[in-house]
Design a binder for this molecule. Structure first.
Ligand code: SF4
Ligand code: FES
Length: 703
């Protein structure tokens, strides 16, 4: 530790720490533009110039390491003069168009100019103008406002892993842009909007819809993947206008995926169902809640009384409270066909129990891994925030990444091996056998016939050298017809090399769905429910025709049923064809609840805005239905009471290593990539995301 004096205040710091960080820790503010704590130091804006005693000129605080006895002045005449001249230079070419700039009111340049700028410029020359390029559906560029801090460029190189923006020209002619006319395609691209200190990069969907000072901010949790990213929902006049990240260093740091940032657009879709509807003689009639619930209860009672089977399906993006109450209602009615796993097709290991998918290590610990085996996953698109941690491990910790996928997919870090030739299960079986051979483990007789290739042996060597290995089993595996075999093979490797086996949950509350037993303990799983055509279905927050891997089978099962009730945020023609009752429920941001994230952390959130129209929070609908069916224990007044009921539930971990398998033929062709922007009803209705290359699985990640 060293002692530094800043503005007369003695501060302790680690030798070599940058002066700007030391000052920040001591609550001494130094203006800055190019410096960002998550990016490398560029020191190109010079706004952070300070006076350091003994130095003949002002020094940039972001690039000056502290030494013992250093005396610094951030507010001396010399420091202020330096800061003011930098501000004057920055404003020479800036258009000063704050009244029409979306960044107005939350612009770092505007704020700093208030302290260090002059009222009147000494320059009367014409200003430089930079023409804009179309950067895609998410980011609007106004490059005349750019101050060349290069935060966006460094974000692309260091965080997104894609050099999509860069600087060309020098001095007066320097400009930032895409090198070729091309949209920005990173799945984390929206973070550049937050990073840009001026209005050069702003949000296209949000543009001109509100001023920063008109917005109310609500803390919430992202609802589209299992990371549980912390967010702030910004609303105006009761409508969500944008979503931005909230810092949580142990989960999403300061970042957010584009899906979690822009999916809010779907909330204001024209498809919103805002009034209960019932079908009478083939005609849809808007009704009040009382009538709709009465029709629901009568319809379900009729099917129950004739001992017909009811299926209960839900999206795992529903809250813990909603899922708990729906399964409680179903079980109260004697229904055991309960499931949320509509993208899964192989359920053969259900008979040994329900393994809770989890990241079995801290999210931050992923960065410390030295070997990472990714199995059946386009991690970049599935869980961008987790992929960012994996990328950090590869880039900063020299971790070796190995991918076993059905086809070659573009990752944003170097891969040691990317095997696709033999098909996923055969590749994995070869690697597993080679790992067992190296370790001299002959206990798994069923795998003895496998003859590993040279490449598989090399991968096994790498895996066996791992001191801190991590295996990530992703969405492609989850949708694979041999998912259970993949679990056994990866579990064997993990056990042999003492790696963390991470069978990753995908939806926002998949772990929560397991915690509340939203599973067919003694009933039909989701695949059986649609293939055996039950007589009635209750669907929560689900569009079976789009959310099931076998959407057509699901659709025809719904059409064949006598009675279908959908608790839904959206209206659609497909639903109108097969459903009998449509109950409008509150969407993400319109209800309170809890999500359980990829590592099992429960995060509760409050309602950000009122539900639209006559929509109601789904948990309240289940409470009323429970009472209408005369079931015990449905007298909740708050989501907290529901949460308390499930707080002590534990996740279930199954040891797959003791299971012997029949190694199947190559079934990879049966797995289709699904775009992250097709994964749930809300994101499917976000027009800006749907206009990006990632909306189509064929162009996803390929620009
Ligand atoms: S566009 Fe914004 S973030 Fe990028 S260099 Fe210009 S001012 Fe900095
Ligand atoms: S913040 Fe230090 S030079 Fe830009």
């Amino acid at each position: 530790m060293v002692k530094v004096e800043i503005n007369g205040q003695i501060v302790e710091a680690h030798e070599g720490d940058m002066l700007i960080d030391v000052a920040d820790d001591a609550q001494i503010s130094i203006p800055r533009f190019c410096y960002h704590k998550k990016l490398s130091i560029a020191a190109n804006c010079r706004m952070c110039l300070v006076e350091v005693e003994g130095a003949w000129k002002a020094l940039p605080a972001c690039a000056t390491p502290v030494t013992d006895g250093m005396k610094v002045h951030t507010k001396s005449a010399k420091a202020i003069a330096a800061q003011k001249s930098v501000m004057e230079f920055l404003l020479i070419n800036h258009p000063l168009d704050c009244p029409i700039c979306d960044q107005g009111g939350e612009c770092e340049l505007q704020d700093v100019a208030m302290d260090y700028g002059d009222d009147v410029s000494r320059y009367s020359e014409g200003k430089r103008v930079v023409s804009d390029r179309n950067a895609g559906a998410l980011i609007k560029t106004d490059m005349t406002r750019c101050i060349h801090c290069t935060r966006c460029v460094r974000f692309g190189q260091e965080i997104a892993g894609m050099k999509e923006l860069g600087s060309t020209g020098r001095s007066e002619w320097m400009s930032i842009g895409t090198y070729i006319e091309k949209s920005i395609t990173s799945e984390m691209s929206g973070n550049m909007i937050d990073l840009c200190p001026v209005g050069a990069l702003t949000s296209k969907p949000f543009r001109y819809t509100a001023r920063a000072w008109e917005l109310k901010s609500h803390s919430s949790i992202a609802a589209h993947d299992s990371m549980g990213s912390n967010i702030s929902v910004h609303s105006k006049n009761g409508r969500v206008k944008r979503v931005v990240p909230r810092t949580n260093e142990s989960i999403n740091e300061v970042w957010l995926s584009d899906r979690d940032r822009f999916a809010y657009e779907g909330l204001n879709s024209e498809d919103r169902l805002t009034q209960p509807m019932v079908k009478e003689n083939g005609q849809w009639i808007p009704v009040d809640w009382e009538t709709a619930l009465k029709v629901t209860v009568e319809g379900l009672q009729k099917e129950l009384s004739s001992s017909k089977e009811i299926g209960v399906l839900a999206s795992a993006n529903s809250t813990l409270e909603e899922l708990h109450l729906l399964q409680k209602l179903a079980r109260g009615l004697g229904v055991e066909n309960i499931d949320f796993r509509h993208r899964q097709v192989d359920f053969s290991d259900d008979e040994i129990g329900f393994h809770t998918p989890l990241l079995t290590q801290e999210i931050t610990a992923v960065e410390k891994a030295d070997v990472i085996l990714i199995v059946g996953s386009y991690l970049r698109k599935e869980l961008p925030i987790l992929n960012h941690r994996v990328r950090n491990a590869v880039v900063s910790n020299a971790a070796k990444a190995i991918v076993v996928n059905p086809e070659v997919l573009e990752f944003n870090f170097n891969l040691e091996h990317a095997d696709t030739e033999q098909g996923m299960v055969s590749e994995l079986a070869g690697i597993t056998k080679a790992v067992l051979d190296i370790s001299g483990n002959t206990s798994q007789e069923w795998i003895n016939k496998v003859a590993p290739t040279e490449c598989q042996k090399e991968i096994a060597q790498l895996l066996c050298k791992a001191k801190s290995g991590s295996i990530m089993v992703g969405q492609i595996s989850q949708m694979h017809p041999d998912f259970s075999t993949i679990k056994v093979l990866t579990a064997l490797i993990a056990a042999q090399i003492s790696a963390n086996l991470n069978i990753l949950p995908m939806a926002a509350n998949e772990v929560g769905a397991h915690l509340v037993n939203f599973l067919p303990k003694s009933g039909k799983n989701s695949s059986e429910m649609i293939s055996s055509s039950l007589s009635a279905y209750i669907n929560l927050n689900l569009e079976p025709e789009k959310d099931f891997t076998h959407g057509n089978t699901a659709l025809s099962a719904m059409k064949k049923a006598n009675f279908v009730v959908n608790l839904t945020v959206f209206d659609s023609n497909a639903q109108r064809e097969y459903a009998d009752v449509l109950l409008p429920i509150a969407a993400f941001a319109e209800t309170a609840g809890t999500f359980v994230n990829v590592t099992g952390i429960k995060q509760s959130f409050k309602m950000s805005v009122e539900p639209q129209g006559d929509s109601k929070a789904a948990w309240k609908v289940f409470r009323v239905l429970g009472n209408m069916f005369d079931l015990e224990g449905f007298d909740y007044t708050h989501t907290n009471e529901v949460l308390r009921e499930v707080l002590d539930n534990q996740t279930t971990q199954i040891d797959f290593t003791g299971i012997s398998c029949q190694l199947p033929k190559n079934n990879d062709s049966e797995v289709e990539l699904v775009s992250p922007y097709a994964m749930d009803a809300l994101v499917r209705r976000a027009p800006s995301l749907q206009a990006t290359p990632d909306a189509d699985a064929a162009t996803m990640g390929r620009g």
